[in-house]
Design a protein around this ligand. Structure first.
Ligand SMILES: [Zn+2]
Length: 234
């Protein structure tokens, strides 16, 4: 392989590796995994919210029951007292208290009933929600697996390019490689072919005198393109 061929081959390999690395950074598989993971997180927070709603309403039901029992005991106590009362004003006051208690009891029962219904609704919703768990977790697992496969395929290609890269660099002189690396670090593509009077790196035409100068250069000399500074290969 001539120095010119080796230089262009090295450039092709480096460009190919740049593209692979770019592809690795922008894999659709990674976006899919991010989406699938977000679904799992959302699923988990909905489950937490449902469990909290169930617990909250169960507590209201329990409180309403305890309150009902307390009211019943108080009512029984007042009823017993009523049987011993003789003065009409006292009886009237007791009667009023009993009515107040009955109203409270009805309110407490109503609250308990509303909470019980709400708890039942949340429990039914939770059953449906839990049934989706496996498919959501499986989607995240398989998205993760697909990303790993895609990354491994790119890694394998990069390894292969790295092998070819060192073989190709071994064919080129140190000074030439240093210049190539310097230009590449600045503008990405360091070597470009001169086709007619056009630099394939910047797609600009060189003057006749500039083309002449490139043509007169030795076989392992690669003058800079006067427009873009790339190493011109003829
Ligand atoms: Zn150029």
């Amino acid at each position: 392989m001539s120095a010119a061929e080796a230089l262009l081959e090295l450039q092709r390999i480096d460009t190919g590796a740049d593209q692979l690395r770019h592809r690795r950074e922008h894999l659709d598989e990674r976006d899919r995994l991010v989406e699938a993971t977000a679904q799992v997180t959302k699923w988990e927070s909905t489950r937490q919210a449902l469990l909290a709603r169930i617990a909250e309403n169960a507590e209201i039901v329990e409180r309403a029951e305890a309150e009902g029992q307390r009211i019943d005991a108080e009512t029984a106590r007042l009823n017993a007292q009523m049987r011993t009362v003789i003065a009409p004003r006292e009886a009237e006051a007791l009667q009023h208290e009993l009515e107040t208690l009955a109203t409270k009891r009805a309110e407490s029962d109503e609250q308990g009933l509303v909470a019980l219904t709400e708890q039942g609704d949340a429990e039914a919703e939770l059953v449906g929600h839990l049934s989706a768990e496996e498919s959501i977790r499986e989607a995240a697992r398989s998205a993760d697996e697909r990303l790993q496969i895609a990354e491994a395929a790119i890694e394998a290609e990069l390894d292969e390019l790295e092998r070819r890269r060192s073989d190709t660099r071994a064919l080129l002189a140190d000074g030439l490689l240093a210049r190539y690396d310097r230009i590449r670090s600045k503008i990405g593509v360091a070597a470009a072919r001169l086709t007619g009077s056009r630099c394939e790196g910047c797609h600009l035409d060189l003057s006749a005198a500039e083309v002449d100068e490139v043509r007169r250069a030795g076989d392992d000399e690669f003058p800079d393109c006067p427009q873009c500074g790339r190493m011109l290969v003829r």
